[in-house]
Structures are given as C-alpha cells and as structure tokens.
Design a protein around this ligand. Structure first.
Ligand code: ADP
Ligand code: MG
Length: 465
C-alpha cells in the first residue's frame, strides 16, 4: 500500500496551533501585551472594538523589530526569547514558545508596524491567513503596533462560538488586569470603542490595585509579606468582611506571571478558615517569587498553569503568611500582647456566669411616712456600700491568698491595690464621714480616701450582678 503520511502545510499547522493558543479575543490581547512587555515597553496601549471581534490593537514603545525579525516573527517556532531547551527552566520573559504571532496571523487579518530606535524608518507588514499580503517601509514611532482584525474570519465555527460582546469584553478586561497588576512599572491604557476604560500610570502595586478597582480598594487591603529560602511572597489579601459572593478577584502571580492554581487557592482559603461569611470567597492579589529553575511553565499552551517542584512547601508557607497577616491586622483572633489589659474581665469574674439583675421592690414603702433624718440615711447607705465592697472583692481576696507571691498576676487588674487597702481598713470603718450627701470620706493607712458615693454604688451594682 502506498505511503499515506504527509506533512501538514504551515498554514494548516498554524491554524491547529491557534486552536490552542487563541480561544477568544482575550487570548490575543494577552499574547500581544505580553510581547510588548518582553520588548521592554514602558507605555502600552490597548484598543478594542466590538469586544475585539472587529479590532484588537496593541501599541508599545518597546525596542521594535528589524525588517528581517518582523518577517520572521510570524513564523512558527520563531522566537528571540530562548535558544536551547535548558532556557525553558530559566525563563525571564513572558513568551518563549514562538507561536503566538504565527497562530494569530493564521486566523485573522494582521497589520504590523514596527521600528527600532536606531533606524530612520520602520516596517509595515500585512498578513491574512498566514499569507503576507504586503511589506512596505513606513514612517512610524519607535516601538511596535500590531492590529488584529476580523478574528476567526476563516473559521466560522469559532466565530459563531464567541459569546456576547459584554461577555467577551469582560474576558478582555480580566486578561488586561492579569497583566497590568503584575507590572505597575509600566503605564497601560485601554480604549473600548473609542472611549478610555482604564488609564493606569506608573505606580506601585498597591496604587495599581487602587487605580484598577477604585479608591475604596485601599482600605480593604491587608498586606502580606514573607521571605523564605524557597519563596518570597508579597501582595495583599482583602479583609474578610469585604469578601464577595463571586470568585472575582483572586490573583496569583508567579515571577510576575498570572497563574491559575486551585492548590494554592486552597491554601489561601485555609488561612481564611472561619473568617468568611458563608458562600463568600476570599479575594487576594499575591505575588510569589521563586527560583525559575523550580517551576515548569511549559505545561500548557496559554502558560497559565505552572508545575512547582515543591508544591507542599509553598502551600504551607503561603497559608501561614496569609494567616499571619490577617492576625497582625487584628482580623483573626490571635494572642495579641499589645492589647489594653484594662479592658479585660478581671480573673475572678471570668468564670462567673452572667446573672440578670433583680428588681427589688420595698413593699413596705410608704411615701407618707416621715423621712428619716439625713445623717441616718447616710449611715445606712454607708452600711450598704460597705457590704457591697466586701462582696466585690471576695474573688480577688481568695485569688491573692492562693498565689500570695505572684504579683505579676495581680498587675493585670486595673485596681489591684484595692483589696489590701480595704482589708486593712475594715476595722476602721467607724472613721467614715459623709460630705454633702455625695461623698464618703474614709481614712486609710496611707492617708484619706474620698469616694463619690453615687458612682461607687453604680460600680458595686455593676460588679455584683
Ligand atoms: P514568543 O513571544 O513566544 O517569542 P511570539 O510569536 O509572540 O513568540 O513572538 C515572536 C517574536 O516576535 C518574539 O520572540 C519577539 O522577538 C518578536 N516580537 C513580537 N512582538 C513584539 C513586540 N511588540 N516588540 C518587539 N518584538 C516583538
Ligand atoms: Mg509572545
């Protein structure tokens, strides 16, 4: 039987590759912006029309391409970013597979204008369905502009499969954020159907988040910082009270590349355990830096999944770092030695169960009976009060008796001097005077004690019940 195997023509191979790399307009956006970042651009502009179905254009001020490179860049496996297989494990660029431009050019109308700073003029290329339609010299600024029109024009099934404009625009914005949040040192803008949706000036990570998601974001962020031998973590988690019902803002970046990882997501959720309301999800923006040798990015054509050498360790470090941050910012209940101890319940009352105050009515009370003379009233009040004090310090007395030498324990109480003061003075109770029906004046070992009797009464009632 005759041989039946043949090599696929390039444009067919490219179309097949495009099936993996370009799922929707947002995939084109991702690849083009990543190329601009790899070209060391400091200003990147994204222009879309009709959710990218009509136009996706990325303009950068990066290093541009020579004439030959401009032509080569659309060939499959044409890349300037790696040279040998070993380089795959020491990646410092976003791209490396050399197939994005080839794939995109296979399924759309692509126009490229590019110029390097040392050149007078640039190159203008038009490619449709992998076929070069024209190549011209052009006057253009330093950098590169690539526009992609009529995506999937030659694959109707794919085009029909696209979702509504709203949904596809959403995907583009998500993809835009995934790159812009990782690169606050680059200025980005996004124009949708002629109007500016985002303008993100050069800033720091926190400011980039605020510029992206709005001013209110700032107060919601809790910083996370951790550095170990294998992993450096920085970034933010959103305070649990702002957790959302949808899994919107969950971002992991590994060496500045957005990645998806349900395993690491699980680790962050474990740190949030018990802090979230039911059916809400933690939001986070976490930047992990690891040795490029310890990860494999080349396990998926879109490079959003990564294989880590030591996932378990990363999981543990990440969980504890997030937990620590949540704790440090008083969001999770933890031991906090800087807390104001005066606000704590005294030890002797901690074990007491709450008791509802009793309303006592003096059934023998007769408003028409003659009032007692005022000194008597004072006397009886004083008696009540003394009783109240005794009961108030019962717990403390026994406590200080049991651990008589343990002064550190007593220092937790705001009024730890009180018990000994009154124990000494019970025998001197007779030396108590009342002033203006308002103050009780008592002598104690070290001098004189003035008590506002109304406030003391309140305190006694409060402590006893
Ligand atoms: P990869 O990014 O994996 O190398 P691409 O197909 O995305 O593959 O790009 C091919 C090559 O084209 C890149 O390696 C780079 O040299 C060049 N290139 C693409 N976009 C740009 C750009 N915006 N500025 C400068 N060079 C670019
Ligand atoms: Mg690329």
């Amino acid at each position: 039987m005759a041989d039946i195997i043949q090599l696929l023509p390039d444009h067919v191979a490219n179309q097949i590759a495009a099936g993996e790399v370009v799922q929707r307009p947002a995939s084109v956006v991702k690849e083009l912006i990543e190329n601009a970042i790899d070209a060391d651009a400091t200003v990147i502009k994204l222009i879309i029309k009709d959710a990218g179905k009509t136009l996706i254009q990325v303009i950068d001020n990066g290093k541009g391409m020579s004439v030959t490179d401009a032509r080569l860049s659309f060939e499959r496996h044409a890349t300037s970013k790696i040279k040998a297989a070993e380089d795959l494990f020491n990646l410092h660029t976003k791209g490396f597979r050399g197939e994005a431009l080839a794939s995109i050019a296979a399924i759309a109308h692509v126009e490229l204008k590019t110029k390097q700073s040392q050149d007078e003029v640039g190159t203008h290329l038009k490619i449709e369905g992998s076929e070069v339609m024209s190549q011209e010299v052009v006057v253009t600024p330093n950098g590169t502009s690539i526009s992609v029109k009529n995506l999937f024009y030659n694959i109707p099934a794919r085009r029909n499969f696209l979702k509504s404009t709203t949904v596809e625009t959403r995907h583009i914005i998500d993809e835009f954020h995934r790159v812009t949040l990782a690169h606050p040192n680059i200025e980005f803008s996004l124009y949708n159907n002629g109007s500016e949706l985002f303008h993100l000036p050069i800033s720091n990570y926190r400011q980039r988040l605020v510029n992206t998601f709005g001013n209110k974001t700032n107060e919601k962020l809790v910083p996370v910082e951790e550095e170990t031998e294998v992993l450096k973590i920085s970034g933010f988690v959103v305070k649990p009270e702002f957790a959302k019902k949808t899994r919107g803002e969950q971002f992991f970046f590994v060496n500045n590349r957005f990645i998806k990882s349900s395993y690491l997501n699980h680790s962050v959720n474990a740190a949030f355990d018990g802090l979230l309301r039911p059916h809400t999800h933690a939001s986070y923006f976490l930047y992990l830096t690891v040795d490029p040798k310890s990860i494999d990015i080349n396990i998926h054509p879109t490079k959003t999944e990564i294989k880590f050498d030591d996932e378990h360790t990363l999981y543990a470090i990440l969980r504890s770092a997030v937990k620590h941050s949540l704790g440090q910012f008083n969001i999770a209940p933890v031991l906090d030695f800087e807390r104001d101890k005066n606000l704590d319940t005294p030890y002797s009352y901690q074990q007491k169960t709450g008791q509802a105050p009793m309303v006592e009515v003096d059934r023998a009370f007769n408003p028409f009976r003659e009032e007692k003379v005022s000194s008597n009233t004072g006397q009886s009040f004083k008696k009540d009060l003394t009783n109240g004090w005794e009961s108030l310090y019962v717990g403390l007395e026994s406590k200080s008796n049991t651990g008589s030498n343990d002064f550190s324990e007593l220092h937790f109480e705001s009024d730890d001097e009180a018990p000994s003061m009154f124990n000494d003075d019970v025998k001197d109770a007779q030396k108590t005077f009342q002033l203006k029906n308002k103050y009780i004046i008592n002598t104690i070992k070290s001098g004189m004690l003035v008590i506002d009797q109304h406030r003391a009464h309140q305190r006694v009632l409060y402590e006893v019940h």
